[in-house]
Design a protein around this ligand. Structure first.
Ligand code: HPA
Length: 281
């Protein structure tokens, strides 16, 4: 058995010593978007630091814990705080949490993040449905011996962001009167923000928003057969698109402002999933 899989099973064992909760939906909350967890009926919480070997986030605004609970009667697990490649963890650790939530029982994954807008028609505070992604410079998390217990060596990536989930998110935004952009999200490594020339490059490549997470998690989740949805909170226009310099504080501030709509969109989308997705029947 691969070391990475062994570590994953050990983390699962640690979780199972603390809770037998079986989530159906896993939700990764992006920077500044952790308040979503206030909406769920909480059953229990596990700090990442309580799980042996689990990577612990060092970024302010990414307090690290799993929150288990219910959206209406749908069992969910939220990650308040994620781990980024730029923190220095091996890429297998960066995707460990997503794989762990799959092993806990979640077959649906909602990935959320804060991003910079690359598309010049976007505004700070916009929410964007992630339709596809581009990975630049972060290693592919599937490099190394394939973990056959999780998935195949050469996974298809034609449809990473599930079309039914995309439609549910679109429908929900429309019903709730929440503006929703759509586009392609690019993950770069960070932690420095991009240069204006890199942003022009990304625009030429067809990217609409850029950030430092999500894509590697989506690759790992797609590998292990999860149904994925993605929502990005465009917190600023990317480098070179305005006169002002970028800062993490500005990103968090903008995420906070968008957070009411974000929370509503995620919560109501999950309620619709109950009606529309076979997995939740
Ligand atoms: N670039 C990369 N990541 C980000 C940005 C950005 O402009 N804004 C929020 N996360």
């Amino acid at each position: 058995m691969s070391e990475i899989y062994e570590k994953l099973l050990h983390c699962l064992e640690c979780v199972r010593k603390k809770t037998s909760f079986v989530p159906k939906i896993a939700i990764v909350l992006g920077s500044g978007l952790g308040d979503f967890a206030d909406l769920i009926r909480i059953e229990c919480e596990i700090a990442y630091s309580e799980i042996d070997g689990f990577p612990v986030s060092t970024v302010p605004g990414h307090a690290g814990k799993f929150i288990f609970g219910y959206v209406e009667d749908i069992p969910v697990v939220c990650m308040k705080g994620r781990v980024h490649f730029y923190e220095g963890y091996p890429i297998s650790d960066v995707v460990l949490p997503v794989r762990l939530m799959k092993l806990m029982g979640a077959n649906i994954l909602l990935l959320t993040n804060a991003s910079g807008g690359v598309n010049s028609s976007f505004h700070a505070g916009d929410l964007m449905l992630i339709k596809d992604h581009i990975s630049l410079f972060a290693p592919n998390p599937l490099i190394g011996a394939n973990i056959d217990e999780l998935g195949v060596r050469f996974p298809d990536m034609s449809i990473v962001y599930d079309q039914e989930i995309q439609n549910i998110i679109r429908k929900t935004a429309y019903e709730q009167g929440i503006g929703l952009q759509e586009g392609v999200y690019a993950q770069l490594t960070g932690p420095s923000f991009e240069s204006p020339a890199e942003i022009r490059m990304l625009r030429t490549l067809g990217c609409d928003a850029v950030g430092m997470s999500t894509v590697v998690e989506a690759i790992a989740a797609n590998h292990c057969g999860m149904k994925i949805g993605g929502i990005s909170c465009v917190c600023n226009l990317a480098a070179g698109m305005t006169r002002s310099p970028l800062s993490h504080e500005e990103v968090q501030e903008a995420a906070k402002k968008a957070s009411a709509d974000f929370k509503k969109l995620v919560y109501e989308s999950i309620r619709h999933m109950r009606e529309d997705l076979e997995e939740l029947e």
